[in-house]
Design a protein around this ligand. Structure first.
Ligand SMILES: [Zn+2]
Length: 275
């Protein structure tokens, strides 16, 4: 019994040491985690806007939230069409490709009847929107992502349609200029779970970046939301994110950040060509 207990203690100590020696996130991993956390947040904010502003939706809400989230990246970084921005778009698309390739248990496979598109389809959808945003400058994206030319041919139209839809409701639903911001989206940070190797580091970096507050403020200021809402970074027990319409709460899980980190570490990430 004592031997077992000592064995257990040694294991615990080794785990602690391993966690303590875990190298900090590399700049590339941090960039990938940040891009995908931002996109996930914007996708869930898409659900919030659909629900709170009663946006009309044709097609599946999950596809609409993907388009709102991806076009949201252009709204956040609209003036910054540089290598860093295109790297961000590539990171978001690449996540879905890596996720589609990762071996997973049957219950984690997205089924054809699911309300979400298959992971590989989401990869091509994002690659297409990214390329379609500026086909003259972004021809390299076809090679980098492997987007088939049959799809690439119409990506500029796909991008224009999505951008037009966002512009359309922005013009109709935006808060009148000069009117007070009555409803706010507040940001709450719960403690990360102790077992996540980069939990505290990620919490510190997310807080320091101020990105959650920037997205929450932008949405509060752009639209007259019918009620206050919350954006919460919390522990959920599994990689996930969702919009809880009953409580007007967007939830982003620490486990998702860890999951982005694991996938970023699994293989080399694509890059825009050097200029
Ligand atoms: Zn969704």
């Amino acid at each position: 019994m004592l031997k077992q207990l000592l064995g257990g203690l040694t294991l615990l100590l080794l785990c602690r040491l391993a966690a303590a020696e875990e190298p900090a996130l590399s700049a590339e991993q941090l960039r990938f985690v940040t891009a995908n956390a931002e996109f996930t947040l914007l996708h869930e904010m898409g659900h919030l806007l659909i629900s709170e502003l009663k946006l009309p939706v044709l097609g599946r809400e999950e596809d609409a939230a993907d388009q709102l989230g991806f076009i949201g990246l252009f709204l956040l970084y609209g003036k910054q069409r540089d290598t860093d921005f295109y790297q961000k778009l590539l990171d978001v698309a690449e996540y879905w490709r890596l996720k589609s390739l990762r071996p997973k248990p049957a219950h984690e496979e997205i089924q054809p009847w699911d309300s979400h598109a298959l992971d590989a389809q989401r990869f091509y959808n994002f690659a297409c929107l990214a390329y379609g945003s500026d086909p003259d400058r972004l021809e390299w994206m076809i090679q980098t992502t492997g987007l088939p030319v049959e799809r690439a041919l119409y990506c500029d139209e796909e991008y224009r349609q999505a951008q037009y839809a966002v512009q359309w409701f922005e013009q109709r639903l935006q808060r009148p200029r000069g009117s007070p911001v009555r409803q706010r989206i507040r940001v709450l940070y719960d403690e990360p779970p102790g077992h996540l190797s980069h939990g505290q580091e990620m919490l510190a970096k997310v807080k320091a970046s101020g990105e959650l507050e920037a997205v929450a403020n932008k949405a509060s200021e752009m639209f007259d939301l019918p009620r206050d809402a919350t954006l919460r970074l919390t522990s959920c027990g599994a990689p996930d994110a969702w919009y809880d319409a009953r409580n007007a709460e967007v939830v982003l899980c620490y486990e998702s950040l860890e999951h982005f980190h694991q996938l970023a570490s699994s293989r080399a990430l694509p890059r825009p060509p050097a200029r």
